[in-house]
Write a protein that binds this ligand. Structure first.
Ligand code: ADP
Ligand code: MG
Length: 696
């Protein structure tokens, strides 16, 4: 079955033609279906549209009416004002656009327009519109106020080439026909819809384009959001199933031979959250299926320790376990930590990174291949060609970048269908985690080890830099270390680099007694490594860095983090930076230097109020919106989520995931007759936009 009519190129719809089709293509609308799924830009309903008679000077008006007369009025000062007389069934009012005489060519007598703006007094009442939308053209048949759109006025995202009235004309001419067709794509049964409390597809799309109330618009949006989330989860559930199903997973056997001695020599208790998450992991690992789990937790919540116990379970069952870190310094640090923890067992921890000499690498590779190496830590070198394992059982990825699907896959493809545990470095809200990592199961460490001192978070204007430097000097004099972080919008941005370099020269002067190191994205990895290493060893006391470079390393002696231009960073990013200090026993500080400004102040206040990364992330999502959350920017309007809003749709997402996984569980290839429509939709509407999530 295909949905040929909805797949029809936009060019063949009424009122389009080749030239407009090109303009549509430029905004990502290529087929009839794309048009139908265009998200309106705004809705104005009867409660927001005011009768013209009721408008009074000083109000902010939102009015709809027909243009009865129009013209350009010159003033003595030479300013040309476009004026139009607007009429609805209650009265008339002048609208005036000073300095915009060109509107005379845009607006015709008889057009139906929507305006919003302040009502002023100027020879009588007058609206000076901030915004204007041509809802219908006089030359089109009968642009009545009441008919068609009812009392809700729908505006689409217009462009220079595709003004509002063109979009509306195209919708008016084609909507009925398309809505008749869309029923063919309904894949939810009436029972499903009742259970989900969602309207049918035709109802939802009708509500989107011709709503009779704003509540109806929201119902429609929720339905379309559910569809997006369901198909996203479906692709992820299939990826999950594909990996789990290729070959059976490993059934690890817990003997406690290694786990016990390491546990007993810890010197502290696991937190309840760590213990709970470990139980989830042990359960996955000791069952025959293959583990695919995402471990989330705030900086310092003890994820690495949890990973170590999972690795020990693999090793005591006779398998090898690897931990892949995003940078060499981090890999080395992990190796050192793990080696300390496993000392009582006599196990070695092997390291494989790109900067090791060829003979060293060969040596480790041999140990890996022979099975002598059991616990292995490394960088991407671990997934390079020529690296073979004897019996790989568990892969742990300490993920810095949120979007490492392919790399995760590459490591997972090694060896004998190993279990996989991904550690996310930045906490993200559950809904976001489910959307990005729907192919994984989630484990959450929502508790910090006891006794952690909160980092004192200060927000300061640039003019207070002197005081900030005093604070830094005090800490440095006490033998501590400090970070200064500068935003770098783009690695190749020479200007920003120059300003970071310049700033570090200024700092060198202000903090002349101490050693400074500069770290930025254009340095070779050897140079970066060298600077980072000297900071770690305490040879450098002040590290000046751009965020593109790693600051993921633990330096417990560092007690100050100064972030310049903090207003340019996302909250989660700042929280991540803050997590670099407060790792030792001393008081520590995070100073956010930001230009005065209400918005920035509000945002940064979130960080002062909470140390909880999940709260920060939820707030970040709420403030910034989900934006470009899938990394690869989607062209035009083909965004992966255009209707779903992860800050409110978590319940829908949970349901979508549950149902998608159930479908795939029962019928992985979607061959069942009652999955025919789902299969077709997946191959047509969702294929291209979701290919990011397909596993090769
Ligand atoms: P993460 O990887 O989540 O950032 P780590 O595993 O590196 O956190 O742990 C941070 C620090 O806290 C380490 O020094 C670790 O030894 C310590 N730690 C971990 N778990 C506990 C615990 N339950 N009690 C006390 N300290 C802990
Ligand atoms: Mg860590």
């Amino acid at each position: 079955m295909t949905f040929s009519l909805l797949d029809r190129p936009i060019q063949f719809l009424k009122g389009v033609g080749p030239r407009r089709a090109e303009a549509f293509a430029r905004v990502g609308i290529r087929t009839a279906r794309d048009l139908l799924y265009t998200v309106p830009r705004r809705y104005d309903d009867a409660s927001t549209v005011q009768p013209i008679r009721s408008l009074e000077v000083g109000m902010d008006a939102n009015a709809v009416g027909h243009v009865r007369s129009k013209g350009i009025v010159p003033t003595r000062s030479g300013l040309r004002i476009f004026q139009a007389m607007l009429q609805d069934e209650t009265g008339m009012i002048t609208c005036a656009w000073p300095g915009q005489p060109w509107l005379d060519r845009r607006i015709d007598k008889g057009d139906l327009i929507l305006v919003s703006g302040p009502v002023k007094f100027f020879h009588g009442r007058q609206i000076q519109p901030r915004e204007m939308v041509v809802l219908a053209r006089a030359r089109d048949a009968d642009p009545g106020l009441e008919e068609g759109s009812g009392r809700i006025f729908v505006s689409y995202p217009a462009t220079e080439e595709l003004p509002q009235w063109v979009l509306r004309t195209v919708f008016d001419a084609n909507l009925d026909g398309l809505l008749q067709r869309i029923g063919e794509e309904e894949y939810l049964t009436p029972e499903d819809r009742a259970a989900l409390e969602l309207p049918s597809l035709p109802e939802a799309l009708t509500a989107l384009h011709r709503p009779s109330s704003l509540a109806e618009v929201e119902d429609g949006r929720r339905r379309l959001a559910y569809d997006e989330l369901f198909f996203l989860q479906l692709v992820q559930a299939r990826a999950r199933r594909q990996r789990a199903g290729e070959r059976p997973g490993i059934r690890f056997e817990r003997t406690n031979e290694l786990i016990r001695p390491v546990h007993e020599s810890l010197g502290f208790e696991l937190t309840d959250a760590q213990a709970r998450v470990l139980r989830e992991i042990y359960t996955d690992m000791t069952s025959p299926g293959r583990m695919n789990r995402l471990l989330q937790g705030d900086v310092g919540s003890g994820k690495t320790l949890v990973a170590l116990f999972a690795m020990l379970l693999a090793v005591e069952s006779g398998f090898q376990a690897v931990l892949m870190a995003p940078t060499e310094i981090l890999a080395e640090q992990h190796r050192r930590r793990l080696a300390e923890h496993v000392a009582p067992t006599g196990l070695d921890v092997d390291l494989l990174t790109g900067r090791m000499s060829a003979p060293e690498r060969r040596d480790v590779a041999e140990r890996m291949e022979s099975g002598e190496a059991k616990l292995i830590v490394g960088t991407h070198a671990l997934i390079q060609e020529g690296v073979a394992y004897s019996r790989l059982g568990l892969v742990v990825v300490d993920e810095q970048h949120r979007f490492g699907v392919r790399q995760r896959m590459a490591l997972g493809a090694q060896g004998d269908n190993p279990d996989s545990l991904v550690m996310s470095a930045t906490p993200i809200p559950r809904s976001l985690a489910m959307a990005l990592y729907g192919d994984l199961d989630l484990s959450l460490i929502d508790e910090l080890p006891p006794g952690r001192k909160p980092v004192r978070t200060l927000v300061r204007y640039p003019s207070k830099k002197g005081e900030v430097l005093d604070l830094v000097r005090r800490e440095l004099s006490a033998g501590r270390q400090a970070y200064f972080v500068y935003p770098l919008v783009d690695e190749s941005d020479k200007l920003d680099l120059a300003s970071a370099t310049q700033a570090s020269a200024e700092l060198a002067e202000a903090l002349g007694e101490w050693e400074l190191g500069l770290l930025h994205g254009q340095m070779s990895s050897d140079d970066k490594y060298d600077v980072m290493h000297r900071f770690l060893a305490g040879e450098i006391q002040v590290l000046v860095a751009t965020t593109v470079v790693e600051v993921g390393v633990d330096v417990p002696n560092a007690t100050v983090m100064v972030v310049e231009h903090a207003e340019r960073f996302g909250l989660s990013q700042l929280h991540q930076l803050r997590g670099r200090v407060g790792r030792g026993a001393d008081d520590s500080y995070c100073v956010l230097i930001a230009e005065p400004g209400e918005r920035a102040a509000d945002r940064l206040a979130v960080l002062r109020k909470t140390q909880d990364g999940f709260k920060v992330a939820a707030e970040d999502l709420r403030i910034r919106g989900q934006g470009d959350l899938f990394g690869a920017r989607q062209h035009g309007r083909g965004d992966i989520l255009s209707f779903a809003d992860l800050s409110v749709d978590e319940p829908l997402l949970v349901e979508a995931q549950r149902r998608a996984r159930a479908v795939v569980e029962r019928d992985p290839d979607l061959d069942a007759p009652d999955h025919g429509r789902i299969r077709t939709l997946l191959d047509t509407r969702y294929a291209e936009r979701l290919q990011l999530f397909e596993v090769g």
